[in-house]
Design a protein around this ligand. Structure first.
Ligand SMILES: Nc1ncnc2c1ncn2[C@@H]1O[C@H](COP(=O)(O)OP(=O)(O)OP(=O)(O)O)[C@@H](O)[C@H]1O
Ligand SMILES: [Mg+2]
Length: 251
């Protein structure tokens, strides 16, 4: 479904991603681990379109996305979340979700074509979708609070909800568990499983390999811009190069 081929990203003379190839099957869950600075977030940037690769390509559902801007990739069904949540602090949680919808009928040609009544209907549909997603990620209780009032964990859930507004078929999640308290982690795992059960593929960056193992059937480990292991969790966890990269620590 999603394939990156031979991706290289350079910052000055430094290769943050150094020839990575990776394929994600439709409906699968792939975990991406690796120590700080391994190039995980940069790779997501290339997949989702925020970062231009020096070389290599990104293909999603058979379409070459390499030169498409992020919003075009999102519309095509490829969404991402950010390591540091990007909510609108002054907008309500509900409006944060509505603002993340790729097609607001009031602002598009579609809206002009539908007329005011049609746009109102599209608006109502958007509100329904936002409410459904609020329920899915468990944020109904804070629906009308401003984004800035949420806890770190709730902001992570909102970030996920915003990605879902585009009805994606694949979501790239950058450290969705980081900074989330243990109770919410359990909730978040359930939410991710529910999303996966709807047939949506997930690619999840997470340092903690054991946490990833609870979710993903395949793990990819990066180190210094390269993939050093890719396969079944147990094989990856016992891989010598992985052990060495983690220095027997965080695994
Ligand atoms: N815009 C940038 N300009 C220069 N260097 C960058 C830039 N973005 C990232 N880097 C460098 O590229 C390397 C990879 O960074 P990246 O954020 O992809 O790592 P990561 O695997 O996501 O790390 P972490 O687990 O800490 O989030 C790091 O050495 C980082 O300092
Ligand atoms: Mg990162």
């Amino acid at each position: 479904m999603l394939e990156v081929r031979d991706v290289v990203v350079k910052f000055g003379g430094f290769r943050a991603v150094d020839g990575v190839s990776l394929a994600v099957a439709a409906g699968s869950i792939v975990g991406i681990a690796g120590t700080n600075g391994a190039g995980k977030t940069t790779l997501f940037g290339v997949m989702a379109g925020q970062i231009a690769a020096a070389s290599g390509s990104v293909v999603f559902e058979g379409r070459d996305m390499t030169r498409l801007p992020p919003f075009r990739r999102a519309r095509a069904g490829l969404a991402r979340t950010f390591q540091v949540p990007r909510e609108f602090g002054r907008l309500s949680v509900l409006d944060n979700l509505r603002a993340a919808a790729p097609n607001d009928a009031h602002e598009t040609l579609l809206g002009a074509w539908l007329g005011r009544a049609g746009a109102a209907k599209a608006d109502a549909r958007l509100a329904d979708q936002a409410d459904e997603i609020l329920a899915l990620v468990g944020l109904q209780a804070v629906r009308d609070l401003p984004g800035a009032a949420l806890s770190g964990g709730q902001k992570k859930l909102l970030e996920l909800g915003r990605a879902l507004m585009g009805t994606p078929r694949c979501i790239l999640l950058d450290e969705p568990f980081a900074g989330v308290n243990p109770v919410l982690i359990g909730q978040l795992l359930e939410v991710l499983r529910a999303i996966h059960a709807r047939g949506i593929a997930l690619v999840v960056i997470e340092h903690h390999l054991q946490a990833l193992k609870a979710l993903a059937s395949r793990l990819v480990v990066m180190d210094q811009g390269r993939v050093i292991a890719d396969g079944a969790p147990d094989a990856v966890l016992t891989d010598e190069r992985v052990q060495a990269a983690y220095m027997g620590g965080v695994v």
